[in-house]
Design a protein around this ligand. Structure first.
Ligand SMILES: Cc1cc2nc3c(=O)[nH]c(=O)nc-3n(C[C@H](O)[C@H](O)[C@H](O)COP(=O)(O)O)c2cc1C
Ligand SMILES: Nc1ncnc2c1ncn2[C@@H]1O[C@H](COP(=O)(O)OP(=O)(O)O)[C@@H](O)[C@H]1O
Length: 310
C-alpha cells in the first residue's frame, strides 16, 4: 500500500476515492470500502482519503480521543487491501479551503479522482459547506462520478464513530464488536513494568496507553492476543488500571496476562482484542490475592470464549 502522511505533494491518476475520517473503520465504513474494491476490480486505483488531524482539534481546541491511532488505522486499511491511504495535512489553510478549490485542486488535479465514494452525510471544506449534492453538481464539469452510500443502520440506529466511541467509554464491548464488525483492539510494543508479576508467577505484558487512543473504562477484560512473529492467537486477560494493590498513585497501564504462555515479549508488537468486560479493578491485600482473583477471571473468560466459539 502507498501511504501519504504530512504531504500535499500527491500525483495519482485514474483513482476511486473514498472520503471521510474513518475512525473505527466500522461496518458503515466497510460499505464504502467494499464499493472501492468493486471499482478496484475494474482497474481503478483505490484510495482512502482522510485528514491528518492534530490531537488538539484546530477547530474546537479540545482533545479528541479516537478508536484507532493512526498506526492502527493504517494497518487495518492495509489489511483491507486498499492501494493508497492519504492522511492529508489538516492545516488552517486546508480548513479554510472552499469546497470547489478542494475538489478541483486536490481531488481531481492531484489525486486523479474518477469516482468519489462518500457517505450521505459527508461534509467538507470551509464551514463544512461542501456535501454530496455539491459533489454531484460539479461531477460532469470535472469528469468524475459520485457514488454515495446510505448510512448503515443496526437495530434501527445509524452506525457512527461517535456512537461507537460512546459504547467504548461505557465498556459495552460486545456492542462495540457488533458495530465495528471486529473486536476493539489495542496495538503496541511491550514495555517493562515493575517486575512484580514474576513474584507471584503471573506475568503480564505491559503496553503504554497512547495519548490519542480512547480506552474502555478501567477494569478487567477477556481478550485475545496476537503476537508479532508468532502463529495463531492466545486467550488472555487484560487489566486497564492502576494496580492499587501495589500503590496509590500508579499511572494508567494496559496489562495483559497471556493464558498458557511463557516466553519473552519485551519489545514485541502485540494486538490485544477486547471482547468482554469482566469486573472493576479492586485493591487487594496482596499480589497473591490479585492472582487468585485473576484465576477466577480466567475461568469466566474461557467459558465466554467457549460459548461464543472464539
Ligand atoms: C487480568 C488482570 C487483573 C488484574 N486485576 C488487578 C486488580 O484488581 N487490582 C490490582 O491492584 N491489580 C490488578 N492487576 C495488576 C497486577 O497487580 C499487576 O499485574 C502486578 O502488580 C504486576 O505488575 P507488573 O507488570 O508491574 O510486574 C491485574 C492484572 C491483570 C493482568
Ligand atoms: N503468560 C505471559 N503473559 C504475559 N507476559 C509474559 C507471559 N510469560 C512471559 N511473559 C513475559 O514476561 C514479562 C512480564 O513479566 P513481569 O514480571 O510481569 O514483568 P513486567 O513488570 O516487566 O511486566 C512480559 O513482558 C513478557 O515478556
Amino acid at each position: 500500500m502507498i501511504y501519504f502522511r504530512g504531504t500535499k505533494d500527491i500525483h495519482l491518476d485514474h483513482t476511486v476515492v473514498a472520503l471521510g475520517k474513518f475512525d473505527g473503520l466500522h461496518r458503515g465504513h466497510q460499505l464504502l470500502i467494499n464499493k472501492l474494491k468493486e471499482y478496484g476490480k475494474k482497474g481503478f486505483q483505490t484510495v482512502v482519503f482522510t485528514f491528518d488531524f492534530h490531537p488538539m482539534s484546530l477547530l474546537t481546541g479540545k482533545k479528541q480521543s479516537l478508536i484507532y491511532t493512526k498506526e492502527e488505522r493504517l494497518r487495518i486499511v492495509e489489511e483491507m487491501g486498499i492501494d493508497v491511504l492519504i492522511e492529508y495535512p489538516f492545516t488552517q489553510e486546508t480548513a479554510h479551503m472552499m469546497p470547489e478549490d478542494f475538489v478541483r485542486d486536490v481531488l481531481v488535479r492531484d489525486i486523479g479522482a474518477k469516482v468519489i465514494v462518500v457517505g450521505d452525510d459527508f461534509h467538507f471544506g470551509y464551514q463544512r459547506s461542501g456535501d454530496v449534492s455539491f459533489l454531484k453538481k460539479h461531477a460532469a464539469a470535472y469528469g468524475y462520478v459520485v457514488d454515495n452510500c446510505e448510512k448503515l443502520c443496526v437495530h434501527g440506529e445509524e452506525i457512527s464513530s461517535t456512537m461507537i466511541r460512546g459504547y467504548i467509554a461505557e465498556g459495552r464491548m460486545e456492542t462495540v464488536t457488533e458495530l465495528l464488525g471486529r473486536p476493539y483492539e489495542i496495538n503496541g510494543k511491550v514495555i517493562p513494568g515493575k517486575a512484580n508479576g514474576r513474584k507471584v508467577d503471573m506475568r503480564t505484558a505491559n503496553l503504554a496507553p497512547d495519548d490519542i487512543k480512547l480506552l474502555p473504562p478501567e477494569g478487567v477484560y477477556a481478550s485475545v492476543v496476537q503476537i508479532e512473529g508468532m502463529e495463531g492467537k492466545y486467550y488472555a486477560l487484560t487489566n486497564i488500571g492502576r494496580n492499587p494493590t501495589v500503590g496509590d498513585h500508579n499511572e494508567l497501564r494496559i496489562e495483559t496476562h497471556v493464558v498458557e504462555f511463557s516466553g519473552d515479549l519485551y519489545d514485541r508488537m502485540i494486538t490485544v482484542r477486547i471482547y468482554q468486560r469482566l469486573r472493576d479493578e479492586h485493591k487487594f491485600a496482596s499480589l497473591e490475592e490479585v492472582k487468585a482473583q485473576v484465576m477466577k477471571d480466567q475461568e469466566k473468560a474461557m467459558a465466554y470464549f467457549k460459548e461464543h466459539h472464539i
